[in-house]
Write a protein that binds this ligand. Structure first.
Ligand SMILES: N[C@@H](CCC(=O)N[C@@H](CS)C(=O)NCC(=O)O)C(=O)O
Length: 207
């Protein structure tokens, strides 16, 4: 039985829960974090993750933190040849997009999420939102090019590489901001929305 610590409305927790859902793994999820049991800073939680952040996965005596590392671990441990691509080349490609999600894609729109969802209307910085519109158009355009000839980011089936990208795409489409029209991203995103685990763990109201 896996234990996943983290609140359901966290983008990073959603990556782990989507992977767990895709694989149908027995698990319990324990609410920790902003607006729930705010125990991130407590000694018992920092013993699991010294950063005090969610998600944290406990699998027997193994503890893993960092959302993309959790997705990689679940894929490698429970779905070799499935979510975990078989060849080093395919894995390299999936990894590249996972790292890009953390280092480029997230920061292109996440400040707008904080402004539009977690900041009172009167206090919002709409110039910052406009900068996010431009930056996220540019970032998602790169993804659009990559998806031109493939149904999923590593080829013709879902792999771990799609998971961090997919949770970001949901947020981007849900945010009340201007977006450019990207047909390949839209078609890939429509494929994700057909997956029960994506619907259950990712497609929930932004809060
Ligand atoms: N790079 C880390 C970031 C973890 C992170 O910042 N988690 C946020 C939630 S998305 C958090 O724990 N915030 C504090 C809280 O929820 O109390 C990862 O990908 O797991």
């Amino acid at each position: 039985m896996l234990t996943l610590y983290g609140r359901p409305n966290s983008l990073n927790v959603q990556k782990a829960m989507w992977a767990i859902g895709e694989l149908g793994l027995a698990h319990e999820r324990i609410d920790i974090g902003r607006g729930h049991r705010e125990e991130g800073g407590t000694p018992w939680f920092r013993a699991l993750n010294p950063n005090g952040k969610v998600p944290v996965l406990v699998d027997g005596d193994r503890v893993i933190w960092e959302s993309n590392a959790i997705v990689r671990y679940l894929a490698a441990q429970y779905d070799p040849g499935g979510l975990w691509p078989e060849t080093a080349g395919e894995r390299g490609e999936a990894d590249q997009w996972m790292d890009w999600q953390q280092t480029a894609l997230l920061s292109s729109f996440n400040p707008a999420f904080w402004q539009l969802i977690r900041t009172p209307e009167a206090d919002r910085d709409l110039d910052l939102v406009a900068r996010c519109e431009a930056a996220s158009d540019q970032a998602f355009s790169l993804l659009d090019q990559a998806l031109e000839a493939r149904a999923f980011i590593s080829g013709d089936r879902l792999t771990m590489g799609d998971i961090p990208l997919g949770v970001c795409a949901y947020r981007w489409y849900q945010l009340p901001m201007r977006r450019c029209d990207l047909p390949n991203v839209a078609a890939w995103y429509a494929r994700l929305t057909e997956r029960p685990a994506f619907r259950q763990h990712v497609m929930i109201p932004l809060t």
